[in-house]
Design a binder for this molecule. Sequence first.
Ligand code: KMH
Ligand code: ZN
Length: 293
Amino acid sequence: MARVPAGTLLTVAPTGAETAKSDVPALPVTVDELAATAKACQAAGAAVIHVHLRDDDARPTLDLGRAREALAAIREATDLVVQISSGGAVTDTEEDRLAVLDSGPDGASLTCGTVNFGTDVFMNRWEFIERLYLEMRDRKIVPEFELFDLGHVTTMLRLLDKHGEPYGGHVHCDLVMGVPGGMPGTMAALAACVAALPAGATFSATGVGRTTLPIMLASLSAGGHVRVGMEDTLTFAPGRPVRDNAELVERAADLARLAQRPPLSPDEARAMLGMDQTGDRPTTPSPTTGAQA
Ligand code: KMH
Ligand code: ZN
């Protein structure tokens, strides 16, 4: 049996691309809201932030200037590991999803297959997955493999087999469970994915909607890590909307401590993920000139 890690990597996914600000006023969408959320979530125990961007009208965007601005503000406010979403929204083009890598993140999500996404389709062709992977490595960005289904594990293995290890040399995945069209948020599905991961890989899991708590508990008991946030969950308990992202992180941190695997600090997370330590972090290129800030 794989060794159970001593600590728990807590990732917060505060915004996502699917929820409208008008429906959920507590959703952080502006750069200032993102930075304030990041600060509160680090205080609550998060080590990584998974960033989706919104434009001035709170609509999803992959605008590079907005990405640089957001990353700079989060880095100013925290020392969280900053992971940009390369998934964006289902409507985003492949070129825009590649271009956002130029924002200078520590890491980026990399979805390993197409998946039905409610009434939409989240498209991830094999050739595009390869391109994202190679461009991340060229830019010294550590990928987090986003796996929405068991077949995505197979695609990740094919990618590693064909192209070799990612930047940093460590494979870390995030099992995204309970999306309508993806794998269910069940312990059986989690166990099937974990059994198929390569030796030495680590994983987080997140259960969408009402699968949040069962998947958090299942992941902790399987030696995994945890992602929480308003990208995935808008209800804290039946009939009780989420107040803010920090309370989701607080609950996850409490459960991690109960499991005697307390939250990792951002620097411990960097070490686990094969990232450069704080002193050598990538810098965010300036929003206006593209020069290193
Ligand atoms: N918003 C979803 C279509 C990622 O961030 O990489 C894609 C997503 C995955 O959230
Ligand atoms: Zn995302």
